[in-house]
Design a protein around this ligand. Structure first.
Ligand code: PLP
Length: 397
C-alpha cells in the first residue's frame, strides 16, 4: 500500500493553499532544490565540461526515460526524455506518417490540446504532400478509423473535461485498419495506470511538468515501440540522435534504437529536478494512486454539486471514464477562479467557461478536498467572484 502521508511530506506545499492544479504544473518536490543546487555547484561548477561523462549527463535522457517507462508500461530503453511536448508530437507524427507513405490522413479529435493540432498542421505544410488533418468529435473517433488514415493522434485524457479514451480498444481498431497510433499522455502519465506495451501502442509522448512534478519547463518524453524503433525516420535528425555524435560525420546516420529520437543537447538542470521528482514515484504504486484519485474526484464532485447548483459538471460522472481532474462549466468561470485563488484554492480556467481542478493523490488528501469544497461553496453562494478585479484577464489563465 502506498503511504500517501509519506509522499505528501516529500513536497513543499505553500501554507494556506490548497493546490488543485497539479495537472498543469506539479508541486515542488522538496528534494528538487538540493538536487539542482548539487548539479549546479558540484557538477557544472566543479566538473565543467567533464560532467557530460563524469556526472552521467549524456546518459540522462535514456536514464530518465527508463524511470518514466516504469510508470507508463513501456519497455526499458524505449522512452527518451528531451525537448518539449510540442516537438515530440511533431517527431512522433512525422515518423508515423513516414510508415504509411500511401495514406494522407491524420485523424484526431476536437478535445485534443491545440498545440498537437497546430504541430500536425505545420508538419503537413512542411511535407507538402497533400496530407489532411481530420478532426472529429471525441465520441466519433472510432467510427472514423478508416483505411485512408495514416496516423491516429489522440490525447488519452482530455485536458479540459478529463474524459478518457479507451486506449486499448482504439489502438486495436487502428491496427485492424492499418493505422499507426500516436498517444499523447500529457494528462495520463502519473495520473493513472498506462500500459503502452500491453496496448501495443506505436508511439506515445507526454510531458513531465504536470503529474510527474518535474518543474516548469521540464522536458518531455517520447516512446516508440521496440518493433519500430530501429526503422523509424527521424525528421528532426539532430546530432544527439546520431549513432556516433562525437564522430562528427557530415552524414546523418541514426542511432540503432529509440535513442535516435534524441535531438539536441539535453537540459541538465531541468533533468536534475525531474530525477528528484521521480524518486517520489518510487514510493507510490500507480494502482493505489488511481484508486485514491477516483475516490477523491468522486468526493469533490459530490461535495461541489451538493452546495453549488450554479456549477455544471463538465467531466464524466463515471470515475473510470475520466482522468485525475474535474471541471465545471460556469459563465463567469474566469472571475470565479480568480476569487478562489485569492482564497487559496488554486485551480485554473480554460476558455470559454471551464473551471478546472486537478486532484493529485501524491500530495492532495481528503482534508484538502473538503477544504476546497467549503471555500468553493462560500465563493459561489455569496457571489464573492463578482468584483471588477477578478475580471481582468492575465496572460496565463
Ligand atoms: C500540456 C500539454 C501540451 C503542452 O505542450 P508543451 O510543448 O510542453 O508546451 C501539449 N499537449 C497536450 C495534450 C498537453 O496537455
Amino acid at each position: 500500500m502506498t503511504d500517501f502521508a509519506a509522499t505528501k511530506a516529500m513536497f513543499h506545499l505553500p501554507k494556506g493553499m490548497i493546490y488543485l492544479d497539479g495537472n498543469s504544473l506539479g508541486a515542488l518536490p522538496r528534494a528538487a532544490a538540493a538536487a539542482v543546487a548539487s548539479t549546479i555547484g558540484d557538477e557544472w561548477g566543479e566538473m565543467l565540461i567533464t560532467g557530460w561523462n563524469k556526472a552521467g549527463w549524456m546518459a540522462l535522457p535514456m536514464h530518465l526515460g527508463d524511470r518514466i517507462a516504469g510508470l507508463i508500461g513501456a519497455e526499458p530503453g524505449h522512452v527518451v526524455v528531451g525537448d518539449t511536448l510540442s516537438i515530440k508530437v511533431y517527431q512522433a507524427l512525422a515518423a508515423g506518417l513516414d510508415m504509411r507513405p500511401d495514406r494522407r490522413v491524420i485523424l484526431s479529435d476536437s478535445g485534443n490540446f491545440p498545440t498537437d493540432l497546430y504541430m500536425a498542421e505545420g508538419l503537413i505544410r512542411a511535407l507538402d504532400k497533400g496530407h489532411e488533418l481530420r478532426v472529429v468529435a471525441p465520441e466519433d473517433v472510432a467510427d472514423h478509423i478508416t483505411d485512408d488514415v495514416a496516423v491516429l493522434m489522440l490525447t488519452e485524457v482530455d485536458y479540459r473535461t478529463g474524459r478518457r479514451h479507451d486506449m486499448v480498444d482504439l489502438t486495436q481498431r487502428a491496427h485492424a485498419a492499418g493505422v499507426v497510433t500516436v498517444w499523447d499522455l500529457a494528462h495520463s502519465a502519473g495520473a493513472l495506470p498506462v500500459d503502452l506495451a500491453g496496448a501495443r501502442a506505436d508511439f506515445a509522448v507526454g510531458c513531465t511538468y504536470k503529474y510527474l512534478n518535474g518543474g516548469p519547463g521540464a522536458p518531455a518524453f517520447i516512446y516508440v515501440a521496440p518493433r519500430h524503433a530501429g526503422q523509424i525516420s527521424t525528421v528532426l535528425s539532430g546530432w544527439q540522435g546520431h549513432t556516433a555524435p562525437f564522430a562528427f560525420d557530415l552524414d546523418y546516420r541514426p542511432n540503432a534504437g529509440a535513442e535516435r529520437l534524441r535531438v539536441g543537447t539535453p537540459p541538465i538542470l531541468q533533468m536534475a529536478a525531474l530525477n528528484a521528482a521521480l524518486d517520489i514515484w518510487d514510493m507510490a504504486d500507480m494502482a493505489d494512486v488511481r484508486a485514491k484519485s477516483m475516490a477523491l474526484t468522486d468526493m469533490f464532485i459530490k461535495g461541489v454539486e451538493a452546495t453549488c447548483p450554479m456549477l455544471t459538471l463538465n467531466s464524466p460522472r463515471d470515475a473510470q471514464a475520466r482522468g485525475s481532474q474535474v471541471s465545471f462549466a460556469f459563465k463567469d468561470g474566469y472571475g470565479a477562479m480568480q476569487a478562489l485563488i485569492a482564497r487559496g484554492v488554486v485551480g485554473d480556467f480554460r476558455a470559454p467557461d471551464i473551471m478546472r481542478f486537478g486532484i493529485t493523490p501524491l500530495y492532495i488528501d481528503e482534508g484538502d478536498v473538503q477544504g476546497a469544497i467549503d471555500i468553493i461553496s462560500d465563493v459561489m453562494n455569496n457571489r464573492l467572484w463578482d468584483r471588477p478585479e477578478y475580471k481582468i484577464r492575465a496572460a496565463v489563465t
